[in-house]
Design a protein around this ligand. Structure first.
Ligand SMILES: CC(C)CC(=O)SCCNC(=O)CCNC(=O)[C@H](O)C(C)(C)COP(=O)(O)OP(=O)(O)OC[C@H]1O[C@@H](n2cnc3c(N)ncnc32)[C@H](O)[C@@H]1OP(=O)(O)O
Ligand SMILES: Nc1ncnc2c1ncn2[C@@H]1O[C@H](COP(=O)(O)OP(=O)(O)OP(=O)(O)O)[C@@H](O)[C@H]1O
Ligand SMILES: O=C(O)CCC(=O)C(=O)O
Ligand SMILES: [Fe+2]
Ligand SMILES: [Mg+2]
Length: 293
C-alpha cells in the first residue's frame, strides 16, 4: 500500500499505563550477561509483537513514525460523531469538561450557535457519543500495536477546520504532540486520527515529516505569522527545511496512527463553500479514561 496516498479521518491519542519501571521502546535481552560489544539495536522500537500489523506495516511505522489504515471506521459511526458534533454546536449538549474553540479570526465575533463557529472541541471524555470513538474495537486493535495493552485515552479532540478567512489562521504549524503531553514514555503513546470526510491539501490535510519521531522534543513557540495564530498553536522554528514533507490525503474512515514526536501540522483550508468542504473533523484522545479492550 502506498501510505502517502492513504487517507485518515478521525483522531485519537492513546497511552499505555505501564509499570513505573517499564522502559518503553528498548528491548533488553531476557537472559545472559551483556557486554557493550554484543549489544544490537532492537529490531522494533516503536511497535509491539502481535499479529495485527504485517511486517511491512511494522517496518513502515518504525522507519516513518506513522501508519495509515484505510477505511477503518465505518460511515455509520462517523455519521454518529457528526450528528453529535452538530448537537453540540446547536447548544443541545453541554458538558462541564468540554472545551469549545473558535478560530482566532472569529474569536471576537458574536456567537451564533452553528458549526461555523466551532473549530475544535477538546476533552469530550464525558460525552458518551463522541467517546465511543475511543472505544471502537477497530481503533483499539491498532492502538495496542503501539502502546501495548492497558490503554488509556489521554486527550480527546474533534477538529472542524473552517474555510480560511484569507489570513491563513486555519493552518496548524509544524509541531510535535509531545510538547502538549506531560506523560511518558513516548514510545508507548500513539495518536489515532480519523478523517470524517475526504481530506486533501485543498482543505488542509495533515502534513508529516517522515522519520522525525526518531529525534528529540524540540523547542516550540508561536510562529511569526502575519495573519495571527490560534491560542496555543505552537510550532517548531528550527526543523530541517529540506526534510521531505508528506501530505496525507485521506478518505472518510481512514485512520492514521502516529508517534508523539513525529513533526506534523496542517495547511490552510482553501475551499470556499463552507458547508461542502468544512467538515474536516477529527477526534483525538488524550485525557484520562481507562479503556478496556
Ligand atoms: C494538536 C495538539 C497536540 C496540539 C493542540 O491541540 S494545539 C491547540 C491547543 N489549543 C488549546 O488547547 C485551546 C485552548 N483553548 C482555550 O484556551 C479556550 O478554549 C479559548 C480558545 C481561549 C476560548 O476560551 P473561552 O473563555 O471559552 O472563550 P471566549 O470566547 O470567552 O474567549 C476568551 C478570550 O480568548 C480569545 N480567543 C478565543 N479563541 C481564540 C483563539 N482561537 N485564539 C486566540 N484567542 C482566542 C477571545 O477573543 C477572548 O479574548 P478577550 O476578549 O479576553 O480579549
Ligand atoms: N511559512 C511557514 N512557516 C512555518 N510553517 C509553515 C509555513 N507554511 C506552512 N507551514 C506549515 O507547514 C505545514 C505544511 O504546510 P503546507 O505547505 O502543507 O500548507 P500550506 O502552506 O498552508 O498550504 P499550501 O502549501 O498547500 O498552499 C503546515 O503545518 C503549515 O502550517
Ligand atoms: O489536524 C490538524 O489540523 C492538526 C492537528 C494536530 O496537530 C493533531 O491532531 O495532533
Ligand atoms: Fe498535533
Ligand atoms: Mg505551503
Amino acid at each position: 500500500m502506498n501510505q502517502c496516498q492513504a487517507a485518515a479521518r478521525l483522531r485519537v491519542a492513546l497511552g499505555h499505563l505501564g509499570q513505573p519501571s517499564a522502559r518503553a521502546g528498548v528491548a533488553y535481552p531476557t537472559s545472559g550477561a551483556v557486554s557493550p560489544n554484543s549489544f544490537h539495536p532492537p529490531q522494533f522500537q516503536y511497535t509491539r509483537d502481535n499479529d495485527v500489523l504485517s511486517l511491512e506495516q511494522r517496518n513502515f511505522y518504525e522507519e516513518n513514525g506513522f501508519l495509515v489504515i484505510k477505511n477503518l471506521v465505518s460511515d455509520a459511526d462517523i455519521q454518529r460523531f457528526r450528528d453529535q458534533f452538530e448537537r453540540i454546536c446547536r447548544g443541545e449538549v453541554k458538558l462541564e469538561q468540554m472545551m469549545i474553540m473558535r478560530d482566532v479570526s472569529i474569536a471576537k465575533s458574536e456567537y451564533i450557535p452553528s458549526e461555523r463557529m466551532i473549530s475544535k472541541i477538546q476533552y469530550f471524555e464525558d460525552d458518551k457519543e463522541l467517546f465511543r470513538y475511543c472505544t471502537l474495537p477497530e481503533i483499539l486493535k491498532y492502538v495496542e500495536c503501539f502502546t501495548g495493552p492497558n490503554i488509556m485515552a489521554m486527550h480527546t479532540m474533534l477538529i472542524n477546520k473552517p474555510p480560511d478567512s484569507g489570513k491563513k489562521t486555519s493552518r496548524h504549524p509544524l509541531h510535535q504532540d509531545e510538547h502538549y503531553i506531560s506523560f511518558r514514555p513516548s514510545n508507548k503513546i500513539v495518536c489515532a486520527w480519523t478523517a470524517m470526510e475526504h481530506i486533501d491539501r485543498n482543505n488542509g490535510c495533515l502534513c508529516v515529516l517522515p522519520g522525525t519521531h526518531k529525534g528529540s522534543l524540540k523547542p516550540h513557540d508561536y510562529p511569526n505569522w502575519e495573519g495571527g495564530v490560534n491560542l496555543m498553536f505552537y510550532g517548531i522554528q528550527d526543523y530541517d527545511e529540506n526534510s521531505p514533507r508528506v501530505h496525507l490525503v485521506m478518505e472518510k474512515g481512514d485512520t492514521v496512527f502516529f508517534h508523539p514526536l513525529l513533526i506534523h501540522g496542517s495547511g490552510w483550508n482553501k475551499t470556499q463553500g463552507y458547508r461542502k468542504e468544512v467538515s474536516r473533523y477529527r477526534a483525538r484522545l488524550v485525557k484520562g479514561q481507562r479503556i478496556s479492550l
